[in-house]
Design a protein around this ligand. Structure first.
Ligand SMILES: NC(=O)c1ccc[n+]([C@@H]2O[C@H](COP(=O)([O-])OP(=O)(O)OC[C@H]3O[C@@H](n4cnc5c(N)ncnc54)[C@H](O)[C@@H]3O)[C@@H](O)[C@H]2O)c1
Length: 361
């Protein structure tokens, strides 16, 4: 049995939600350190943790503080603004710590390859966060595809229609290429595009368009993308931060079933999904298969629980560095396609103009 692992949460914005998941998993994780430049924010979270009868975490202000990689920490959970992910991750690895890192993992494929090399040398595990992979709806869809019941995929349509107004951009790192590392593709649609690859598989080529239309920012807030999937199917994605109501949706049209996700903007992976049989006779087969998938915990709780188990059993984490890399490879291709107006074929090699950064061309 793996012991309780001690976690330093670095950045307590979304880190607050990570803390909630660790609290639920208190038999497996203990948050021993909070790190945030905003001390009041960290104090508030520390007080909440203590109010539940859990030990109050120590607080430090800078992610470069030696305490972050000190003996009281087994895992550094990087929830900083995107431009700091790479540095914070490398420091944690150098200190011999496992890493959980929010999306996007780094600013380039070159950085991810470096992280992978460092992690190998120090024998530590780096797990990117993609909690949208863990919803019961998505797990059912994955099961129907893996069991062969869904049949071949024809076309997937994807919507990330969210709303962001001026108040969202009062946080300085948002809306700027150097600090957010991109706009709606890098920060928001990244989840549903990861769901696409998780369900339908590798992407062979992309076309894309991006524009800034909703807020006066530097990073794109509307995007359209076409994906040629390795299985031969097509996916079409539309993403905007200027929708009145907020939805996320995947609609996967397959040979024997059309699978439609729930619409929760931040939980499209969760129930209820609709599984609509193409032929009435398939209804019973689909229902039988769906009944084989037990409902489980979802989101961060399930991702972190599986991470704990994977460390104990010495196997790959539930989201691997290769998964995080694939997501950034797709981003690199999408931004290059949008910039050049050309179709971009994957994989992106070390000689590709975006290998050292999709923004730095
Ligand atoms: N997986 C998801 O669904 C999800 C949701 C929201 C955000 N995110 C990701 O999480 C990351 C953080 O986003 P957020 O919305 O929580 O941002 P945020 O600005 O609300 O929080 C980041 C925190 O980092 C702190 N910080 C900044 N620089 C620091 C430094 N040098 N040392 C210590 N602390 C520092 C800030 O004070 C702030 O409290 C981003 O990469 C974002 O894309 C993921």
């Amino acid at each position: 049995m793996t012991p309780i692992l001690k976690v330093a949460i670095v950045g307590v914005g979304i880190g607050d939600s990570h803390a909630t998941a660790f609290e639920r998993l208190r038999d497996r994780f203990a948050v021993t350190l909070l790190c945030d430049a905003d001390q009041a924010r960290a104090e508030k979270l520390a007080a909440r943790i203590a109010a539940q009868g859990l030990p109050r975490p120590r607080i430090v202000a800078d992610y470069r503080d030696a305490a972050v990689t000190g003996p009281d920490v087994d895992i550094v959970d990087v929830c900083l603004p995107p431009w700091l992910h790479y540095d914070a991750t490398c420091r944690a690895i150098a200190g011999g710590k496992h890493v959980i890192c929010e999306k996007p993992l780094a600013a380039s494929l070159a950085e991810v390859d470096e992280i992978a090399q460092l992690a190998k040398v120090r024998s530590v595990t780096v797990m990117p966060v993609f909690q949208y992979r863990f919803g019961n709806g998505l797990v059912k869809a994955k099961h129907l595809m893996a069991s062969g019941v869904a049949g071949k995929v024809f076309l997937t349509s994807i919507e990330t229609h969210w709303s962001r107004k001026a108040d969202y951009y009062t946080v300085k790192w948002r809306g700027q290429k150097a600090t957010e590392l991109g706009g709606i593709l890098a920060s928001h649609a990244i989840h549903v595009h990861d769901m696409l690859t998780c369900l339908v598989g590798e992407v062979r080529a992309v076309n894309a368009m991006t524009t800034v239309r909703v807020n006066p920012i530097e990073t794109e807030d509307c995007a359209g993308a076409l994906f040629e999937m390795a299985d031969g199917s097509i996916a079409v994605s539309s993403a905007t931060l200027g929708s009145v109501d907020e939805i996320s949706r995947l609609r996967i049209c397959c040979e024997r079933v059309t699978m439609v996700s729930s619409l929760g903007p931040y939980t499209p992976d969760r129930d209820p999904w609709a599984f609509i049989p193409r032929m009435p006779d398939d209804k019973a087969v689909i229902e039988t298969e769906l009944a084989r998938v037990p409902a489980a915990e979802e989101g961060y709780v399930l991702q972190f629980a599986q991470f704990h188990a994977s460390l104990g059993e010495g196997r790959d984490p539930p989201v691997t560095l290769a998964d995080g890399r694939r997501s950034l490879e797709l981003l690199s291709a999408l931004y290059h396609a949008a910039r050049t107006g050309q179709k971009v074929i994957l994989p992106i090699g070390a000689d590709h103009p975006t290998y050292r950064g999709w923004l730095a061309q």
